[in-house]
Design a protein around this ligand. Structure first.
Ligand code: ADP
Ligand code: MG
Length: 541
């Protein structure tokens, strides 16, 4: 084929792919526009995982009637006039690509009214082409309705996950911006169910309570806004926000939100800086709950790395990194005088982390037996005699080759994993009814995943039912979790989301949360029983 320049329509569709990856990208861009317009109220309505409908209504500045069509042009923006403006502006948008991109891959209806205009304006587009325009009454503000997303782009549609999963990503984005803008009243409804509503009080802790629940909000510590004037070359760098006390550590990394000049960003180094500040305070496998706000002069940060603007670069990354780490660490040390968790050498790691099988080396002296949850170890276990327990974490046993140290959590986890997997394969998971049904709160993201998985959870023994907007009631749990941290197991599973390999994750989680912990004292009988089961599992046949 000869070289030729692509048709404008094809160009926009290709470009749109970078901005609109999935329904949550649409929600993100529309909410950012509403925030840039100075709105104090933003409501997001979602149907069918955002593919059928995403509607964002705000009470912001509105778009002047004579600019409405221009707003949908590529690279059409009211926020900058040149690259130089990026040194000073603080708006979330500036590339002028979002509305054009969305219109290229969906049907869009816009109703807007700018302050001072007698009536509002209406514009409808389909596949980037205007299909209707006119006047419409509306109070000042803007409503953008996006429907049938990707209908013309089957390749994208195919890559989307289930509606529940896509909706949970939208809930995630809206929750983040609710945390970044506590002075704005947000509401989010998914298929008619209100899953998030923030008061717009201006207090971050109120938003945290709505997004993560009261228990988390009560355990948040305030970072004393620190100014790092002049330090390491950055003048006017401020770190503020809330960090969770180590006791509310979560099994997922999703509870850490970092905002740079109120833009939600993904930044591995910064996330790592926050995790580092918790070093020695959080249990292995747990991650912090935290909302970190960084404010610095726009010239110090570049948000123009990617069309989605979720990545940023700092002119002086190490200064920013250091400031975040100091601010978080100081808050934790001053406000949460929690005892450090003593790390036992070779402590069992988080259940889901891949763990190398550490079987005793052949030859002298036994070794540390750390039994992984899924891969089958290469060596077999001889008949063992239990000698005792070490550090309340290891079973000491004697075998023909010498002494064995058996990691009690890992060993029990392995035994339970085999047991539940076997029962699951026969659909005979044992169920334990709770004496009293237990209510528990979930995040909007978790609520969405949960709604979509109630039935599958019940197959594993969790009888859970909705009990208010963001509260659910647990009536029964799998018997392996009776008396154990079943709530932790549910949270872990919900944070992992749905999708592929869900059953396997569920089994691993049941085994992990059902297993005895490091630090738990075991009776001789319990240890013998465990070793006997291990022998049966891994013994020479
Ligand atoms: P950008 O946000 O990068 O400027 P967009 O394509 O998202 O580009 O929006 C184009 C323009 O449309 C914006 O610059 C703004 O002037 C206007 N606009 C979009 N959404 C809104 C809104 N909710 N309220 C007011 N103006 C809006
Ligand atoms: Mg925008």
């Amino acid at each position: 084929m000869p070289i030729r320049v692509l048709e404008p329509k094809v160009i926009s569709q290709i470009a749109a792919g970078e901005v609109v990856e999935r329904p949550a990208s649409v929600a993100k861009e529309l909410v950012e526009n509403s925030l840039d317009s100075g709105a104090t109220q933003i409501s997001v309505e979602v149907k069918g995982g955002g593919v059928s409908l995403i509607r964002v209504v705000d009470n912001g500045s509105g778009i002047p009637a004579d600019e409405v069509e221009l707003a949908f042009g590529r690279y059409a923006t009211s926020k900058i006039t040149g690259l130089g403006d990026l040194e000073t502006i603080l708006s979330l948008g500036f590339r002028g690509e979002a509305l054009a991109s969305i219109a290229a891959v969906a049907e869009v209806e816009l109703v807007t009214c700018a302050a001072g205009e007698p009536t509002g304006a209406y514009l409808a587009l389909k596949g980037g082409e205007v299909t209707g325009r006119g006047r419409r009454g509306r109070s000042p503000g803007t409503t953008v309705s996006v429907s049938n997303l990707f209908r013309q782009v089957p390749a994208r549609l195919k890559f989307l996950k289930s509606p529940a999963t896509e909706a949970s990503h939208i809930a995630n984005i809206v929750s983040r911006y609710a945390l970044a803008f506590p002075e704005v009243r947000f509401s989010l409804s998914l298929d008619g169910r209100v899953t998030l509503r923030t008061p717009g009080s201006g207090r971050l802790v109120d938003s945290v309570a709505e997004v993560y629940g009261l228990e988390v909000a009560r355990n948040m510590l305030e970072i004393k806004a620190q100014n790092y004037n002049g330090k390491a070359g950055i003048s006017e760098l401020t770190v503020s926000g809330l960090v969770g006390s180590p006791k509310i550590g979560r099994a997922s990394r999703d509870y850490l939100s970092i905002f740079v000049n109120r833009r939600w960003v993904r930044h591995r180094a910064l996330a790592w800086a926050v995790e580092e500040a918790y070093h020695g305070l959080l249990m292995t496998g747990k991650h912090p709950v935290a909302v970190i706000n960084l404010a610095l002069p726009p010239r110090e940060v570049d948000a123009n790395v990617h069309p989605t603007k979720t990545e940023v670069r700092f002119r002086d990354e190490s200064a920013v990194f250091g400031a975040v780490q100091r601010a978080v660490r100081q808050t934790l040390v001053e406000l949460a005088p929690v005892p450090r968790i003593s790390e036992v050498a070779g402590r069992p790691a988080a259940s889901t982390a891949p763990r190398p099988p550490l079987w005793p080396q052949a030859g002298v002296g036994g070794g540390v037996v750390s039994v992984p949850a899924s891969p089958t170890p290469a060596l077999t276990l001889p008949v063992l005699r239990v000698v005792g327990q070490l550090l309340a974490s290891y079973i000491i046993a004697e075998g023909p080759g010498g002494l064995y140290l058996i990691d009690q959590h890992a060993a029990h986890e392995r035994i339970l994993f085999e047991q539940v997997r076997e029962r699951w394969s026969r659909r005979e998971i044992e169920v334990q009814r709770l004496l009293e049904p237990a209510p528990f709160e979930v995040t909007p993201h978790q609520a969405e995943v949960l709604e979509g998985h109630l039935e599958r959870l019940s197959e594993f023994g969790f009888a859970i039912e909705p009990f208010g907007e963001r509260t659910f009631l647990v009536r029964s749990v799998p018997a392996v979790l009776a008396g154990r941290d079943w709530l932790g197991a549910i949270r872990e599973i919900l944070d992992a989301g749905g999708g592929e390999g869900w059953e396997e994750k569920m089994l691993v989680s049941l085994a992990c949360h059902g297993a005895v912990r490091a630090g738990q004292v075991l009776s001789d009988g319990e240890m013998r029983e465990m070793v006997r089961k291990l022998e049966r599992e891994f013994g020479r046949s």
